[in-house]
Design a protein around this ligand. Structure first.
Ligand SMILES: [Fe+2]
Length: 574
């Protein structure tokens, strides 16, 4: 039995395919169409899933979707009836309701020769979030927090024997995600997914506006937080659009009352002032306060020490790193893809649990996308005549690790492309740009050579797992770069390129069993430098992370990257 899981009608559309309870592959559409957070139907991702499973569309038995309009239909109608200001929101939801049931037509256009004859299954958006990760806990409390999905912004339930059911929800119009997104927009970061910029800016500020920002959202007892709607607009107008390129666009979510409260908003390219930094810090403080209140109440109810966090708000890595010290939870798991894209796997897992009565899902990992072998890469190198312009070599593993580690230790910047593409927004050592964390100028060098991004944003460290306690104040491994931790005081000056202004790092712990090549490269770097850490940033230049060798080569050629590694092939400017 084949199950195709989809995230559609949200940003970051994606697809995943299972044979029974075994996951074969999962991928996000943005990697194919080269538009960040692409939000239209994932035609290419579905084709990729069919190709990897070696089947055609007629062989798919079930398609699962991480949204169930019926689940919240009557709640939407009732809300609109009692809140006539929200009529536009209600109408746009009904249009979505209609759209979600025309998916069969779209599926049939993926494979013109073989139509889809299976059944469609729709699962609640938050139930899909709660099922999207594959933690190893025997029992956990699973919590999802996002902007909105199926008229809710938060849900929780206990996962036992790998099956989770929703026990409680927070419904529209109240949302921790909308709170953070509204202030992100107010601070001039208008692109979808820009919240991480506010998170990166926060350590440069002081929490001077906490009193003002606390007026926007209030935590009441027993799992309830509420927005003061006078500061927001999302409850009375349509806020989500998709442009002609498939890029998601949000209308401003903040009202004139927020401007009265905090002063005029920052224009898109206006210089960042200390006040903007203070507002970012205050927002982060209020976000964390609400999050910890909620998690503490959830712990009090279930008394389970393992937490699995998902939804867009689970990408607030600064807050995630403080959960253990601010709540009784002792273990946290956050998957490599906790946002909406992860719902492609989540909806399929909901179905597998229900249909197969299976409590075992196999194959979920952080590396689920395309892979290319040395033979196919050689053909691409030859086809593009790279040897005319660059030095091309093929090195066996051991020599490759030694050579590249040595080049990195000489402050060269390396594009590192190997294995299966990551599942999720972080580069975890398979589609990464790597550099020396010891060089205090490396942030500048990277921004000048490749990234051209805001100078306040930090770069992340990847460390050998067994070394993590020597360098970071953490109690557990962090394989998906999902939590920020303090760097140990005496080590900060040794790795300035990955030490944020507040002395923290969004660390990735690298285990030899999860990523053999990346682990061994870092190990060679440690032998040369004494530092078991590499600076690791995503392999891209203001675009989605590269997926194919051709895209990696194009990025290498366009930028001033020094060396490109494609599996065992090296392409070098020197
Ligand atoms: Fe979501």
């Amino acid at each position: 039995m084949y199950i195709l899981g989809l995230n559609i009608n949200h940003a970051d559309t994606s697809a995943a395919i299972f044979k029974d309870n075994n996951l074969i592959t999962a991928v996000e559409e943005e990697r194919f169409v080269r538009v960040k957070h692409y939000s239209q139907f994932p035609f290419n991702s579905i084709k990729h899933c069919l190709s990897e499973a070696k089947i055609n569309m007629s062989q798919i038995n079930f398609v699962t979707v991480n949204s169930n309009p019926l689940k919240s239909f009557f709640r939407k109608i009732c809300y609109t009836f009692y809140n006539p200001k929200s009529i536009k929101v209600g109408l746009s939801s009904l249009i979505n309701y209609e759209k979600k049931f025309t998916i069969k037509k779209l599926l049939n256009s993926v494979d013109q020769n073989n139509s889809f004859n299976g059944k469609m299954k729709y699962f609640d958006h938050h139930l899909s979030h709660l099922n999207s990760s594959s933690n190893n806990f025997e029992t956990s409390v699973n919590v999802s927090i996002d902007g909105f999905g199926d008229f809710a912004s938060c849900s929780w339930g206990v996962k036992k024997n790998n099956i989770v059911n929703i026990d409680g929800k927070i419904y529209f119009p109240h949302s921790l995600g909308i709170f953070y997104q509204a202030i992100t927009q107010y601070l001039g970061f208008k692109n979808y997914g820009d919240e991480y910029k506010v998170m990166g800016l926060a350590p440069y500020g002081e929490p001077k506006y906490t009193n003002e920002i606390s007026k926007l959202i209030n935590y009441k007892k027993n799992f309830i937080f509420e927005l003061d709607l006078k500061y927001f607009t999302h409850y009375k107008k349509k806020i989500f659009f998709i442009d002609n390129n498939g890029y998601p666009i949000f209308a401003n979510l903040y009202s004139q009352d927020l401007i009265k409260l905090l002063g005029s908003e920052r224009l898109k390219n206006e210089e960042l002032s200390q006040k903007h930094k203070d507002i970012a810090k205050s927002t982060q403080v209020v976000f964390e306060k609400i999050l910890f209140n909620l998690l503490n109440d959830i712990y009090k109810k279930y008394k389970i020490k393992n937490l699995d966090l998902s939804g867009g708000c689970a990408m607030n890595s600064a807050a995630n790193g403080k959960i253990i010290s601010n709540t009784p939870f002792e273990n946290i798991y956050i998957s490599s893809n906790p946002g909406d894209a992860g719902g492609a796997i989540g909806s399929a897992v909901c179905f597998i649990s229900e249909k197969l009565k299976s409590n075992q899902i196999n194959g979920v990992s952080a590396y689920l996308g395309n892979q290319y072998n040395n033979i196919s890469i050689e053909k691409i190198i030859n086809r593009l005549n790279l040897s005319n312009k660059f030095l091309i070599k093929k090195l066996e593993d051991d020599l490759l690790f030694k050579t590249i580690a040595s080049l990195i230790s000489q402050s060269l910047v390396v594009g590192w492309f190997q294995g299966k593409m990551e599942w999720g927004p972080r580069a975890l050592g398979n589609r990464s740009i790597l550099a020396d964390p010891r060089n205090p100028k490396m942030r500048e060098i990277l921004n000048l050579k490749i990234k051209r991004r805001e100078s306040f944003r930090p770069f992340a460290p990847s460390i050998l797992q067994e070394e993590m306690h020597e360098w970071f104040e953490l109690k557990k491994s962090v394989p998906h770069m999902s939590e920020v931790y303090n760097i140990i005081e005496s080590k900060k000056s040794l790795i300035p390129a990955v030490t944020h202004i507040d002395g923290t790092g969004r660390v990735q712990t690298v285990d030899i069993l999860e990523n053999f090549k990346f682990y061994n490269l870092i190990k060679e770097f440690k032998i040369l430098s004494g530092v078991p850490i590499l600076l690791n940033t995503s392999f891209n230049e203001n675009e989605p992370i590269v997926q194919t060798p051709e895209q990696a080569i194009s990025c290498f050629v366009r930028t001033n990257m020094d060396v490109l590694v494609l599996e065992n092939w090296t392409v070098s400017r020197i």
